[in-house]
Design a protein around this ligand. Structure first.
Ligand code: ZN
Length: 318
């Protein structure tokens, strides 16, 4: 019988567990998504994660073998021991030995990584980051996630807290961020930042399609939909979002001389309206040599980046 060597990737979020079985060349053979059911407790969620892997292996058929399991999880991870130290979106998950618990349930080698870092690895290995050894992944959504690849590896920092691009200060007296500090990148380019900018522009009485939508119901998606219809307020807001993003990227470029920045996440659907201004402001914010080196590109793997990156981690960290 021919043995098919596969790698499992799991992306554990507050809402869903996404999992997949991948071949070494990054092809997804089996894909699953089930509700995380975090309110039922840590053990329940760990059981569900293990079941995803077992079910997938069964579905892959005779001859399929899982060589390793990678997990991406939204929270602060102690990488070496695979312990989730804290996770704001997973109630009760503090100092959870994810690696040990899953190894016990599966009898397979398990590696655990922060989800933004896993997404960065996914894009690096099989997506928009291919060929760049120094790369920053930025995920734009409600929050702004970051994952840093240096010399082809995730850079964890001293306790695993590196790569928090969203909480770099770009204006010391700027708007309040969800982290409680002022003027973070996220306070400008996260969901709340974008919507606050819309509201400020509408105050001056300018016409805009966005007026039709109640302020409490507006989303960044509405802003990009309005931009597609050539709404000037929406176009300006997205261009300014790009400008702030570029300042953050410029600072990273100065410090680390990165080659590529991969921008993904929900808001990134509006790429066409902000990446140009991102590139322009990056040129202003970074020193010439560092600025000229950086390419800013759209992510390619969408919502699967974390799961794919987790599987890649399992291939490379055996
Ligand atoms: Zn912040």
């Amino acid at each position: 019988m021919v043995h098919m060597k596969l790698f499992a990737g799991i992306d554990l979020g507050g809402t869903n567990i996404k999992s997949g079985l991948l071949s070494r060349d990054g092809k997804i053979l089996i894909e699953k998504s089930v509700p995380s059911e975090v309110n039922a407790g840590v053990d329940h969620v760990l059981d569900r994660m293990a079941d995803c892997v077992k079910d997938s292996l069964r579905e892959a058929g005779e001859g399929a073998m899982i060589e390793g399991v990678g997990v991406g999880v939204a929270g602060l991870v102690e990488f070496e021991r695979g312990i989730l130290l804290e996770a704001p979106n997973l109630p009760g998950w503090q100092r959870i030995e994810v690696k040990a618990e899953l190894q016990k349930r599966l009898g397979m080698n398990v590696v655990v990584e922060n989800d933004a870092n896993a997404a960065a690895l996914g894009e690096y290995a099989y997506g928009a980051g291919q060929g760049a050894t120094e790369m920053l992944m930025i995920t734009l959504g409600t929050g702004v996630g970051g994952g840093l690849i240096l010399n082809g590896k995730v850079y964890h920092g001293s306790i695993g807290a590196a790569g928090e691009f969203g909480h770099m200060t770009i204006q010391y007296d700027g708007p309040i961020c969800c982290c409680g500090r002022r003027g973070c990148v996220e306070a400008f380019v996260g969901k709340m930042g974008i919507l606050r900018n819309v509201q400020e522009k509408l105050k001056s009485g300018r016409p805009s399609l966005l007026r039709i939508i109640d302020v409490s119901k507006r989303t960044p998606k509405d802003v990009s939909a309005a931009a597609e219809r050539n709404d000037q307020v929406a176009l300006e807001v997205l261009a300014e979002t790009g400008t702030y993003l570029g300042i953050g990227i410029g600072n990273v470029a100065n410090l680390l001389n990165i080659q590529r920045v991969v921008v993904g996440g929900g808001v990134a659907g509006a790429h066409d309206f902000f990446l140009e201004s991102t590139r322009e402001s990056l040129q202003k914010a970074a020193l010439r040599t560092a600025a000229d080196e950086v390419e800013v590109v759209k992510a390619l793997l969408g919502e699967n980046a974390g799961m794919i990156g987790a599987a890649y981690l399992a291939m490379t960290e055996q």
